[in-house]
Ligand binder design. Structure first.
Ligand code: PDD
Length: 276
């Protein structure tokens, strides 16, 4: 497959990353995962806005304009003849001998590649189980940076407990999952954590809230507790790779009678229509 690396299209074998890359030493970089449907990037504008905001937040100057990166990703999808899948893009602060301060001469390094990924049809149909895990991340979860160790540990802890993913909470307040946002439905209202510094402002989250409002489903962006999740009428997660996936159990307890609920099903249909 064809990679985009240092602004050239090359084979994977030709991607030579320096051991001094700050992504490798410090997780000092930003990333995005885009969905590709029918050969086209889904919601590229929202992803690029978040990329620019994250880069700004960690004081990383993007090496190319957003317009140029957008064009290159389209060319990458085309070069790989990708129809259904994802594009992974990461930009690190560049390479320099290991030392904490920003290196004055380092030049940011950009890398992107495609993966063929089918839509998660089985999970979207049956729903998944979550396990609650304390959210031990820093206070800028709104930045999509490479520092994902807490997410990795939470995901593995959930898998070890026999669940599909971790639902993270700070002192009993549910934030999000290891790589997706989470929403509950109570009395017909969709409730999800506000888009502040404690969660990633998911592109899919934004699309789903917009679709809910358009369908005249009430939406509340407010913190909710683990107890509210356990007792919810319905729950589901949203994300680039999971789309709208129902949650049918949390910590071994059935949620919403243990089956996907009507509001979740409605939003899945709206989402399917939105991606064409
Ligand atoms: N993760 N929350 C976290 C912590 C995430 O890592 C992600 C995405 C989301 C959902 O955001 P979006 O709808 O924009 O994909 C929420 C990507 C897919 C990943 O790290 O693989």
């Amino acid at each position: 497959s064809v990679y985009w690396f240092e602004d050239r299209f090359v084979a994977k074998e030709e991607v030579l990353v320096s051991p001094d890359d700050r992504g490798y030493y410090f997780g000092d970089g930003v990333y995005e995962v885009f969905r590709v449907y029918g050969g086209k990037l889904f919601e590229p504008g929202a992803h690029f806005e978040r990329l620019a905001r994250t880069a700004d937040g960690i004081r990383l100057p993007l090496p190319y304009s957003i317009e140029r990166i957008g064009r290159k990703l389209e060319e990458l999808v085309e070069a790989n003849a990708l129809r259904e899948g994802t594009v992974y893009l990461q930009i690190t602060r560049g390479s320099a001998p290991r030392s904490h301060p920003f290196p004055p001469d380092a030049k940011p390094v950009a890398l992107a590649y495609c993966t063929e990924v089918p839509r998660p049809v089985a999970a979207m149909e049956a729903g998944i189980a979550l396990a609650a895990v304390p959210d031990i991340r820093w206070l800028h979860c709104d930045y999509k940076t490479l520092n994902l160790l807490p997410n990795v540990l939470a995901k593995q802890q959930a898998l070890d407990a026999g669940a599909s993913d971790a639902v993270l909470h700070r002192d009993g307040i549910v934030t999000e999952c290891s790589a997706s946002n989470v929403m509950i439905v109570r009395g017909g209202t969709v409730i999800t954590h506000p888009a502040n510094n404690l969660i990633l402002h998911g592109v899919t989250r934004g699309v789903v809230l917009r679709l809910a409002r358009a369908a005249e489903i009430a939406v509340e962006e407010r913190p909710f507790t683990l107890e509210e999740l356990y007792g919810a009428d319905e729950a589901f997660i949203t994300g680039t790779t999971v789309e709208v996936t129902p949650v049918v159990a949390v910590d071994g307890r059935a949620v919403g009678g243990g089956a996907p609920g009507p509001v979740t099903r409605r939003l899945q249909r709206e989402f399917a229509a939105a991606i064409g």
